[in-house]
Write a protein that binds this ligand. Structure first.
Ligand code: ADP
Length: 483
């Protein structure tokens, strides 16, 4: 029951930090609801009960028994985190008790039953939003990426009044594509398998469903919102998204500035702020030691915290490691992804054992330490919807070196002549994204590093940026009201 005039928002997402995370989507789904709550909205997050989620929410309360789903028992659980995140968990072990990556199998292939997993998830999200399952219903359903893409279709197919839907594209590269014969099992009207429905080149696309049937589409930066309306950036959906241009907007992500705070972050040997930048050096020293690098206070330490993929341009960076070392820099890489890129970085670490360190894997704590102890952070992406790593880098006084694409171009002010003269630059951008321009960006960064007063001014500018969720949450609230 609605107790007050607060807007009731249901977030539908397959990831939510700190319960489960493979990338930026989790950060957004974990932080935005809290920011919305602080701004007066009543937000609940609907999340699949993957093993990590079930473990982290032990003791969650049953709020609805669902009977048999996919041949096994299922229920909805309610959990409120210490931070105040209000989560509804779909506990359906037949679907979600899977180990490893939520989307990929051991061979890094899409899981064969993903269509079923995320169709049931999306259907139940619609039922919750409609008030059919629990004593709560939503005014607005905010669906994230293809995993939640069918929810707007299910709600559009309702005959009565249904809540409004917003569909956020975090990355258009992941489109939830399945063979057309799965359509009959989805329980959607037959006419939805059409060019103006979920059909995409004779397949079913859950991403297209979100695009076609939501009341409003957002993506995570204004520049990415423009890029995806073109043939080049639209990844097959350019024309369709352009046709929905009047109901499409870009809202930059924020980060959780309590979790990402160099003054209080436990990984910092000594907390630091823009007023006491010199204390960053203590953590740099500890980081070099921890990663087995030469103790070299004057060598610029570069880092990478990322999926190691061509999207992120890290094949290019792997080709530039010798150049960085030759100029006297050190590089620390944390991430996993394409085997060829992993191998290229591992080979570089073998060539330069005292200057290059590579950790293949996912490590939240090391990610924090890299932001705190490094001088600069590479995000040389070929495309980047928003990017969160550069926002954390700004906050930690770690200079971002970024491709001028998507959200990276919206959040970093390049050290071009005009910005330097105005004293507003916050990082180094390069474009187009190739080996030559990346090498040039690296040279430019070394030049800046050699001039400590200029360097400190740039990173102080970065630390002053508001990268919190306050402004984006206010924009989302405005949007929820307007739909
Ligand atoms: P993506 O396209 O992967 O979502 P984003 O920049 O939007 O990229 O978000 C990535 C998030 O995941 C950031 O919070 C970053 O710090 C984190 N991250 C990426 N790789 C790792 C890793 N190997 N270990 C720890 N954190 C990581």
């Amino acid at each position: 029951m609605k107790k007050n005039n607060a807007q009731r928002i249901l977030m539908v997402t397959s990831e939510c930090f700190p319960l489960i995370k493979t990338g930026g989507l989790a950060d957004v789904a974990g932080a935005l609801p809290l920011a919305l709550k602080a701004a007066g909205a009543e937000t609940r997050v609907f999340l699949p009960g993957f093993p990590d989620v079930m473990k982290a929410t032990a003791g969650a309360k049953r709020i609805c028994k669902l009977g048999t789903i996919a041949g096994g028992p299922a229920q909805l659980l309610s959990y409120v985190s210490k931070a105040g995140l209000d989560v509804i968990i779909l506990d359906a072990p037949e679907l979600f008790d899977i180990s490893g990556n939520p989307y990929l199998d051991e061979k890094s292939q899409d899981r064969a039953d993903n269509h079923l997993r995320y169709a049931i998830f999306a259907r139940l999200a619609a039922d919750i939003a409609l008030g059919k399952l629990i004593d709560w219903q939503a005014d607005v359903v905010h669906c994230h990426d293809w995993q939640a893409g069918l929810t707007p279709a299910y709600l559009k197919a309702e005959t009565g009044t249904a809540p409004k839907t917003i569909f956020t594209i975090h990355n258009l590269a992941f489109q939830g594509l399945f063979p057309k014969d799965i359509f009959n099992g989805l329980g959607l009207p037959d006419c939805y398998f059409a060019a103006d429905g979920v059909e995409y080149w004779d397949q079913v696309s859950y991403m297209k469903s979100g695009i076609m049937f939501s009341d409003w589409i957002t993506t995570v930066s204004p520049t990415y919102a423009s890029e995806i309306q073109t043939d080049e950036g639209g990844m097959g959906f350019g024309g369709l998204l352009a046709s929905r241009g009047h109901t499409l907007s870009g809202i930059i992500n924020g980060i959780d500035t309590d979790i990402w705070n160099p003054e209080t972050d436990p990984v910092c040997v000594k907390g630091y702020s823009s007023k006491k930048l010199s204390d960053k050096a203590v953590t740099k020293k500890a980081l070099q030691q921890k990663q087995g690098l030469r103790a070299a206070p004057k060598a610029p330490v570069f880092c990478v915290i990322s999926r190691l993929t061509t999207q992120k341009g890290l094949d290019l960076l792997a080709g530039a490691v010798d150049h960085i070392v030759h100029l006297g820099g050190q590089l620390i890489v944390l991430g996993s992804g394409d085997k060829t890129i992993e191998d290229a970085f591992l080979a570089a670490a073998k060539r330069h054992p005292t200057e290059v360190s590579v950790t293949i894997g996912y490590d939240e704590q090391l990610a924090h330490m890299l932001q705190a102890g490094s001088d600069a952070n590479f995000i040389p992406s070929r495309f980047e919807p928003c990017g969160l790593t550069q926002l954390c880098a700004l906050r930690y006084g770690t200079l971002p070196i970024v491709g001028r694409v998507g959200g990276l171009s919206d959040t970093i002010i390049d050290t071009n002549a005009a910005a330097m003269q105005a004293g507003v630059a916050t990082g180094v951008q390069f474009f187009p994204i190739n080996q030559t321009t990346l090498a040039h960006a690296i040279d430019q960064t070394f030049d800046l590093y050699a001039a400590p007063r200029i360097w400190n001014k740039i990173i102080r500018n970065g630390m002053k940026q508001d990268v919190s969720w306050a402004a984006p949450a206010a924009e989302y609230l405005k949007l929820y009201k307007s739909v």
